[in-house]
Design a protein around this ligand. Structure first.
Ligand code: NAD
Length: 494
């Protein structure tokens, strides 16, 4: 077994000062009470943000509803221009955003910068999509009338986002909502509200009208959703987070028959066939597993490797995982930051203990690091039995759990034996096999010979219990549009 060096906890002093300067410049909102935000690498408090009451949340609904009336009737080009300007500001303030992401969420600065590029890209995409045709004309087969289809904004949209991609999960929802003509209330995760506050401030500076995008920070998520989703002015809820919270929100949304988009949990299978290119498979699996320290909904959760390539794959993956430098993401050269909280670290330890008790072998890692910060070593488990908890639940952390398979049918049966269906990965040099396996994988997203499939141009989303609806691409805009038709009687002219 190889071991990982102890984490570098202490941040680079210059970077820390820069991150604190960004915080000092955030718009300070008056608040009767506040809750605190902590750096997961040091556990030190970094900010106190307003803890909105239900009354304040409903006041935000009123303001957004008011601002939304004008926006719904605004020219498409005006919406596009504001979004473009917001995109440019996100890039101009890219370093500040990246510092905040790392400071409140923990991912290494290089990954935070990549999130800024990815998150801003949704704003650029929807600035371009906003002016695309919003309707069409169709002929009735029997004649005598013509159909005109129109798209109207769905209305006031409540957006609820998780902590793992605090910028991208927000822009992926706000940008299409604004392009479609909707006002929004956004509630970021209480663990990571600061990036959203800064991103929305940049939207305001870019010309988004006052009140149109309201950030509500609160430590009482359920009181917020109970009140806001029952408000008759609200027409839509878009949620990214766990399947259990998503299904509870769908029950709540049912009362007012709210349009609902749900981006929920994943349990991604990653299949490596004997005919895969070994380097591609190792690098792809590493990327699919370790983006954000494994705290990604499309993270490779279960790795199934064919017998003939399994030893070489394990060796390559173990080498890469054990070489990762763990530490405070504000420092240079860090490959993996802390996990989000203590609970996540305890979950990793429990999963490793359960798997090893059932016969799994720790190839590297498997240990927590004592002291401040929520650090867990990058871990590879081999010989994982399929009934181990790590092979059944969403890990959401830096454990690669590797199982072996004999043939395609066995691999697919294992891969599809889950109620979740967000992403899957296939590594093979055979085009036929890649496409056949992708077709049989029960997931909304398939990475073929690569580990990072997301893109603003792609219709991101899951099937089965991984969710409803799509984000990104043209389909992402439809989530915020009502499709209507006018049936226009036509007199025959000839
Ligand atoms: P979570 O479900 O605990 O929280 C997500 C958000 O919901 C947070 O803002 C939280 O405050 C809020 N929330 C919690 N209970 C609520 C309630 N009763 N009413 C209203 N809001 C409530 O998830 P998390 O731990 O922040 O994120 C991890 C989960 O998110 C994982 O399961 C992951 O797979 C999933 N995820 C999915 C996607 C996707 O696109 N499918 C993307 C990122 C994360």
């Amino acid at each position: 077994m190889t071991t990982t060096a102890a984490p570098q906890r202490h941040p680079d002093p210059e970077r820390l000062a820069a991150a604190q300067a960004v915080l000092d410049d955030l718009p300070s909102a008056w608040a009767r009470s506040t809750f605190t935000v902590h750096d997961p690498a040091t556990e030190e408090m970094i900010a106190a943000v307003p803890d909105a009451s239900v009354e304040q949340a409903l006041d935000a609904v009123a303001q957004a509803d008011e601002a939304g009336r004008q926006w719904a009737g605004s020219p498409l080009r005006a919406r596009a221009d504001v979004l473009r300007s917001w995109y440019e500001r996100l890039l101009e303030s890219g370093e500040e955003l990246a510092l905040l992401i790392t400071h409140e969420m923990g991912k290494p600065l290089a990954e935070a910068r990549a999130e800024v590029a990815y998150g801003a890209d949704f704003v650029r995409w929807y600035s371009e999509e906003a002016v695309r045709p919003h309707g069409d004309s169709r002929d009735l087969p029997a004649g005598g009338a013509q159909l005109l289809t129109r798209r109207s904004p769905v209305g006031l949209s409540v957006l609820i986002t998780p902590w793992n991609f605090p910028l991208a999960m927000a822009t992926r929802k706000i940008a299409p909502a604004l392009a479609a003509g909707c006002p929004v209330i956004i509630k970021p995760a209480a663990l990571t509200p600061l990036t959203t506050i800064l991103a929305v401030e940049l939207a305001r500076q870019a010309g988004v009208p006052e009140g149109l995008v309201k950030v509500v920070t609160t430590s009482s998520a359920s009181a917020f959703s109970e009140a806001v989703l029952r408000d008759p002015r609200v027409r839509k809820v878009s949620f990214t987070g766990s399947t259990s919270v998503g299904s509870a929100l769908m029950r709540l949304a049912a009362d007012n028959v709210l349009r609902s988009s749900m981006e929920l949990g994943g349990n991604a299978p990653l299949l490596v066939f004997d005919d895969a290119d070994l380097d591609r498979a190792v690098n792809g699996a590493f990327a699919a597993k370790m983006r954000n320290g494994g705290q990604s909904c499309i993270a490779a959760n279960r790795m199934f490797v064919q017998d003939g390539i399994a030893d070489a794959f394990l060796e390559g993956l173990t080498e890469k995982m054990s070489a990762l430098v763990v530490g405070n993401g504000l420092n240079d050269g860090i490959g993996m930051g802390p996990l989000i909280d203590d609970r996540a670290v305890a979950t990793m330890s429990r999963l490793v203990a359960d798997a090893t008790a059932r016969g799994a072998i720790v190839e590297t890692g498997g240990v927590e690091f004592d002291g401040a910060g929520h650090f867990f070593a990058p871990t590879v488990l081999s010989n994982v039995p399929n009934d181990a908890e790590v092979a059944q639940t969403e890990i959401f952390g830096p454990i690669a759990a590797v199982q072996r398979f004999r043939d395609e049918d066995e691999a697919l049966a294992l891969a599809n034996a889950t109620e979740l269906g967000l992403a899957g990965y296939v590594f093979t040099e055979s085009l036929d096999r890649a496409l056949n396996v992708a077709d049989r994988l029960e997931t909304g997203i398939v990475g073929i010979n690569q580990g990072v499939p997301s893109n603003a141009a792609a219709p991101f989303g899951g099937i089965k219990q991984s969710g409803l609806g799509r984000e990104g691409s043209a389909e992402g805009l439809e989530e915020y549009q009502n499709i209507r038709f006018y049936n226009i009687a036509r007199r025959a002219t000839r």
